[in-house]
Design a protein around this ligand. Structure first.
Ligand code: HEC
Length: 131
């Protein structure tokens, strides 16, 4: 019997196991990624965004430095922020009020809408810079 034979069998098994593990990892990752990018309904988000516009601007490009711009922000960031305001993990009395009544779907849709808008970049005004 060739002494190298069992070794070969083993290394083939190891290779097969590695392939299986990689496939499993790939499936797992694609699952995670597709969950993360589960696209909300931007049109529904736009309708819901009427109540956000007075502060964050019609398309999420706020012109008031007190209110953050949402246009072009990552959807997952907007979603996370709204969920954190809703749960109280992120504390802001104004946003707690607005996020408090939103459902998960409404949050996903709002995030889809604002993230699909083009963010305007403007120069920082000298009076906005803290010394
Ligand atoms: C009355 C003004 C007002 C309204 C209306 C309002 N917001 Fe806000 N929003 C704020 C303020 C102020 C902040 C900053 C709070 C902080 O410092 O955490 C904020 C922060 C946010 C943030 C976090 C931004 C970041 O860069 O971290 C998101 C997301 C957000 N608002 C979404 C919304 C949505 C969606 C609506 C409508 C459902 C809405 N807001 C309505 C005032 C408002």
């Amino acid at each position: 019997m060739n002494p190298a034979q069992p070794l070969n069998d083993d290394s083939q098994k190891v290779r097969a196991m590695k392939t299986t593990a990689l496939l499993a990892l790939g499936l797992l990752l694609s699952g995670i990624l597709s969950t993360a990018s589960a696209a909300g309904d931007a049109a529904a988000g736009k309708e819901k965004s009427a109540m956000c516009q007075s502060c964050h601007g019609a398309d999420g490009n706020s012109t008031d430095p007190n209110f953050p711009r949402l246009a072009g922000q990552h959807a997952s960031y907007i979603e996370r922020a709204l969920m954190d305001y809703r749960s109280g993990t992120r504390k802001n009395p104004i946003m707690a009020g607005f996020a408090g009544g939103l459902t998960d779907d409404e949050i996903t849709n709002l995030a889809a809408y604002f993230s699909s808008q083009t963010g305007v970049v403007t120069a920082v005004q000298p009076n906005q810079v803290q010394p």
